[in-house]
Design a protein around this ligand. Sequence first.
Ligand SMILES: [Zn+2]
Length: 306
Amino acid sequence: MTTRTGPQTYPGASQAHRYQGKFGGDDMEVNVVVLHTTEGRTLPDYGGGASAPTLTCVPDFAARRLKWWQHFDIDTSARALLNLAGGVETNTNNVCQLEMVGTCDPATRAKWLKAGLVQDKDFIYWPQAPDWALRDVAEFLAWMHTKHSVPLSGPSKWPAYPTSYANGGGQRMNDAAWNAFRGVCGHMHVDENSHGDPGALDFAKLLAFAKEAAGAPSTPVVEAKYEPFPGAAWFRKNPRSAIVTALGKRLVAVGCSAYEDGPGPQWTEADRKSYARWQRKLGYTGAAADGWPGATSWAALKVPNV
Ligand SMILES: [Zn+2]
């Protein structure tokens, strides 16, 4: 199908780094969005455009927005996917590709932190992307849904990098699944490719934001009520409660897990150690980061109502 329908430029995207004339591929009618992470901190050059995606979004931390750059028309094939001779088509299989500037690799994150860079200030670690960044990507997906009929759905498995490399998480589509696929997926899902980006993206949240932006009824992720702080003394009584499980799940989600197994309902030393990591992440030190929950850090963690 080579009919191009719908708008070809994303509103607000800079067109200053276009490679359409030089490297633009086939006309197509897009029905898939593939998400990548660049594993860098700035807009890549993409070899002068030879390996460019359709768009790149670069975090503007001061504005808490993403800056968008468009490299090809929406309904023109881009160049960021590996396509083997023979086999299925990848770039040209009705795919629009988005490179998100930042990393999905915990090792890169650790290296950047060690170099003195600050997460959410100097770089985005996409598995823990701040809501403003996810919402900006979601807005683009909503636009692709409204203007180009890309379904707001996709694979259920988003394994963490580096497990996601090759097919370590069992997430990659085979020929038949790839040819039949419509919706939003990651580079880690694309047939014939081995890259593991964008890792453990919070895809459920991204889709919920996108559905909200598209005006469709969504699961109430955003309006979710949060569990009120049970009080500092409550934790000292070694409680066994669904609240502790919900707390533990949130600590895992924000990358503060010190759990060997669990989390579970019984408050344990692993919960306290995980919570201490959360406090340190918020900038607390000393006794303020001893792992015993306080009202402010609790509110910031947004533990869902149990
Ligand atoms: Zn990629």
